[in-house]
Structure formats: C-alpha cells, structure tokens
Design a binder for this molecule. Structure first.
Ligand SMILES: Cc1cc2nc3c(=O)[nH]c(=O)nc-3n(C[C@H](O)[C@H](O)[C@H](O)COP(=O)(O)OP(=O)(O)OC[C@H]3O[C@@H](n4cnc5c(N)ncnc54)[C@H](O)[C@@H]3O)c2cc1C
Length: 373
C-alpha cells in the first residue's frame, strides 16, 4: 500500500474546503497557492480605523449566499459557527437613468430570495477554514507552472520556488483554480485531450471581468434618509450599488463598476475612484462624496483570477459538460474542483463547495491505498 499525498493547486474556497475534508479524513496533502494570501476571489478590504479586525472587513469579492437554494453554504457557515445577517434592503432605492436626468428616488423592490452576508465578511469563512488546517500544509507564494505524470507519481513545477531541489511529488492532484486560467498557465504533461482543454478555455471565470468599489463612512446616513443604499445607474461608473455596512455597524456602500476593463485600465484607479465618489454624491448627497476610506478591486487585471479572454463581460457560467473529470492517463489522478467545475451553480461559492464535495465519496479509496480517485 502506498501512502497518498494529494496536491491541491489553489487556496480559494474550493481548495481550502478540500484541505479541510482531507484533514478530517486523515489524508496527507499540500495546498499550493500562487498568491501571498489565501481566499482567491474571496478577499477583504479593511477600514484603516479598524486595521484588520473583522468588524471593519469589507468584501471586495463575494458578499452573499442564498440559503433558500444553497444548502452547502448554509451548512458550512453553520458548522463553522459563523454568524450571518441579511443584506440591508429597508427603504427606497435611487435610479439614475441618463446624464441629462437627475437621479430618481423610487420604492425599493423585494429581491425575492433572502441574501445573507457573513459577519466579518466572506473572509471570515476563509479564516475559519484555515484555522482548522495544519499551517505547514498551506504553501503560499507557490504558483504551479507544470504538472507532469511520471510513472505513478505527479511532479509539480513551481515558479520562483524558494527551496531548490527535486520537483514536488504527489500521488493525486486536485486543481482548485478556474479552468480557463489553468488552460493558459499550467503545462500539463501528458497534455489533456484537445477537446477537454477547449472546454476549460470556453468556461468563463465568474466575475473575473468585474471590479468592485467600496466606500466606508462614519455613519450610514442614507438609512436616516429612508434609503436602502441600493441604486441602479445607466450613467456610471457604478452600475449597481448596495449597502455594505458591517455586522458591527461600520457604515459602507459598495458598487459593481459598470465600465469595461479596458476603459478602467486607461482611466487608472485614482481617476476611477474619483468618478465613483462623484457619482455617490449625486445619488446620496454630499456626505457620500467624502468617505473615510475607499477600496477598488479590479479582478480583470489580477493574473491569478483573470485571463485576456475575461476582459469582456460574459454570461454566467453554465455546466454543459462535466469538467471535473479528465480522460486518458490523468483519469483518476487529477480532478478539477474549482467553482466553475460544479454541475450546479458553477461560479458561485455554493458551486465551489459542490465541485469539491465530489471528492468525498472517493476519500475512503485513497485511505485504502488506491492510486486513483
Ligand atoms: C467581485 C465578485 C463578486 C462575487 N460575488 C459573489 C456572491 O455574491 N456570491 C457567490 O456565491 N459568489 C460570488 N462570486 C464568486 C465567488 O467568489 C467564487 O465562486 C468563489 O470564490 C470561487 O472559489 P474557487 O476556490 O473555486 O476559485 P478562486 O477563488 O478563484 O481560487 C482559486 C485559487 O487558485 C490560485 N491559483 C490560480 N492559479 C494558480 C496556480 N497556477 N498555482 C497555484 N495557485 C493558483 C488563485 O490565486 C486562487 O487563490 C463573486 C466573485 C467576485 C470576484
């Protein structure tokens, strides 16, 4: 019997959830994360007043999950004892239809399904997972550039690996990064079948083309005016705005930037932030134009999330084929478990858990010494 050692490439939600489940199953693994931080698309900005305490964490990636149809997120947040709270929607919304028209106040609308936020931001979910995993198994600053199948062993090359020597060798490989990104950045030998690789390239990485802006204030003044903080704008730069006040009451608004990635790049972050402040002032009054702090995260220019193909806004990913499994020599050795590999709700945090949960029935086999998933 050989002792399995699983490589997990990527330390976002799917990679860390896999790390938790391997830990619980008593299977050895190493998680290799390209960035200097864990969380992937789950990332927080902090108000400088609160340094990095969770009361002042603001989501620059995902904010919501929907308990009515996301059972795995509902269960995991409960298992990890994470407090949740509903998205603030009380009051009127503001709509900006054209540059020539003043913003219009209208009755807010019922968004249908309950949207829940995690106290301390979605980063609290990442922190809770990390707290349950042995730190020596989490390798940061480890961008994996190649995966080679050598006999029964999987060899990984890592860019800028600090410690020289033999390649890192593993028995099984879990790829927990977006398939389109991996198709362009990971040299897989022997290569995937062209059709399988094309499926990876064709699968858009959810939200990769987007940018999020957060403005932090000393008080949620819009609530005192009977406004929910929700706004829609055809003028921009923010297209959709919501209240982002933390569970502990640190006031904030956030917006999805509606301007395409190339225009954002030409403008630069400082000019874009200026336009966001000006727009918030138009919509919510003078106080909105003078935030205490602000954050802009452009995911389209982040090389560990987006590729050139992600600069154009695309549709929500749809699972047309099962991306998780590969054929040929890699069958049973390598599985794709990032959110975009989910058969249901690909692209969402629920998808990341769903794709990863597919390894669970296979762990017993690994523990019994099987060289295949
Ligand atoms: C602005 C924004 C808003 C969103 N809003 C929501 C929301 O409200 N609700 C929701 O459910 N979802 C939302 N999402 C989607 C959600 O963030 C993702 O579904 C989820 O975080 C995906 O997790 P993942 O682990 O599959 O992938 P990722 O988070 O992308 O993690 C992949 C990891 O792999 C690493 N990596 C990449 N290449 C390599 C390499 N070669 N070697 C080693 N490591 C590598 C990356 O650095 C990253 O840490 C949003 C995303 C964004 C960006």
């Amino acid at each position: 019997m050989t002792t399995p050692c699983v490589a997990i490439v990527g330390g976002g939600l799917s990679g860390l959830y896999a790390a938790l489940r391997l830990t619980q199953a008593g299977i050895d693994f190493r998680l290799l994360e390209a960035r200097e931080r864990l969380g992937g698309r789950i990332h927080s900005g902090y108000s400088s007043a609160g340094a990095t305490d969770t009361a002042s964490a603001f989501d620059l990636g995902p904010s919501w999950f929907w308990p009515d149809f996301q059972p795995l997120m509902t269960r995991l947040t409960a298992d990890l004892n994470l407090a949740t709270f509903p998205q603030y929607t009380d009051g009127d919304m503001v709509v900006e239809r054209a540059q020539s028209l003043p913003p219009q106040r209208m009755a807010g609308f019922d968004q249908g399904n309950l949207s829940l936020r995690i106290a301390g931001g979605t980063s609290a979910l990442i922190q809770a997972l990390v707290a349950r995993i042995h730190p020596e198994r989490l390798l940061l600053n480890h961008p994996v550039t190649a995966a080679r199948l050598v006999g029964d062993s999987i060899h990984l090359d890592v860019d800028n690996r600090p410690e020289a020597g033999a390649p890192l060798a593993f028995s099984h490989l879990l790829l927990a990064a977006p398939p389109r990104l991996l198709a362009g950045s990971l040299d897989i030998q022997p290569p995937l079948r062209p059709q399988e690789r094309n499926h990876w390239v064709d699968m858009p990485t959810w939200m990769a083309p987007h940018a999020k802006y957060v403005a932090i204030y000393d008080a949620p003044f819009w609530r005192q005016q009977g406004l929910s903080g929700m706004a829609r704008s055809m003028v921009g730069p923010l297209a959709e705005i919501h209240d982002a006040t933390s569970a502990k009451g640190q006031a904030a608004l956030f917006g999805f930037v509606g301007v395409p990635a190339d225009v954002r790049q030409r403008l630069g972050p400082e000019a874009l932030k200026h336009h966001c402040r000006t727009q918030l002032e138009r919509l919510f009054g003078p106080q909105a134009g003078a935030p205490l702090d602000e954050h802009l995260k452009d995911w389209a220019s982040d090389p560990f999330t987006a590729t050139a193909a992600d600069r154009e806004p695309g549709d929500h990913p749809v699972a047309t084929v099962d991306l998780s499994q590969v054929t040929g020599p890699w069958a049973g050795r390598m599985m794709l478990i990032s959110s975009e590999a989910a058969l249901e709700q690909p692209g969402y945090m629920e998808g990341a858990l769903q794709a990863t949960a597919r390894i669970l029935p296979l762990l017993e086999r690994l523990n019994a010494g099987s060289s295949r998933f």
